[in-house]
Design a protein around this ligand. Structure first.
Ligand code: HEC
Length: 155
């Protein structure tokens, strides 16, 4: 009885062991292979709501928001930049203690590249503003009373 059961049990435990190693291997390489969107959902979504790339035009992502979010993850354009971001005075100690601008990157360089590439690839060149009001003042219409004060009264 036991000898009949033994091979399946062995096979099963080997399968478990191998699947464990297989998943280990996946975990190790995950950060290099995850697509930019998943990385963005994980990293950007860790601090606030995940923002879709089409919320801003490409230049705004590239020149303003991505570099600024990089600062929050310890990514700076040069060695001095971090100090210029940390204001002097009473706030300085608090900002440093809270590691608002970390001294070391908190994200792998490859992951940061993938996130930036994702935003820049999907961001629109320009934001669509069709739905915005194009007439000055619309949908409201200015109506002037027959008698009005100049300068206008606020009460
Ligand atoms: C370590 C925390 C942190 C991470 C990670 C982070 N953000 Fe932010 N984000 C903030 C904070 C704090 C603000 C508030 C405004 C500020 O100080 O710029 C903000 C504001 C924003 C804004 C509003 C515009 C602005 O400058 O205020 C956008 C858009 C944004 N983040 C996108 C992203 C994207 C995209 C990522 C991922 C690449 C990201 N954030 C990662 C903390 C973070």
């Amino acid at each position: 009885m036991l000898s009949k059961l033994f091979p399946p049990i062995t096979a099963l435990s080997l399968a478990v062991v191998f699947s464990f190693f297989a998943s280990e291997a996946k975990t190790v390489h995950a950060s290099a292979t995850l697509p930019g969107e998943e990385l963005a959902r994980a990293y950007c979504g860790a601090c606030h709501h995940y923002p879709e790339p089409d919320l801003l035009d490409r230049k705004t992502w590239e020149r303003y928001v991505l570099p600024r979010m990089g600062h929050f993850m310890g990514i700076y354009t040069n060695a001095q930049q971090r100090d210029t971001l940390i204001e002097a005075g009473r706030a300085e100690a608090l900002i440093r203690a809270a590691q608002i601008f970390p001294a070391e990157p908190t994200i792998e360089a490859a992951d940061w590249q993938a996130i930036q590439a994702f935003y820049l690839a999907l961001a629109p060149e320009r934001l669509v503003v069709d739905s915005l009001v194009t007439e000055p003042g619309a949908p409201f219409k200015a109506r002037f009373p027959n008698l009005f004060f100049s300068p206008p009264s606020t009460t």
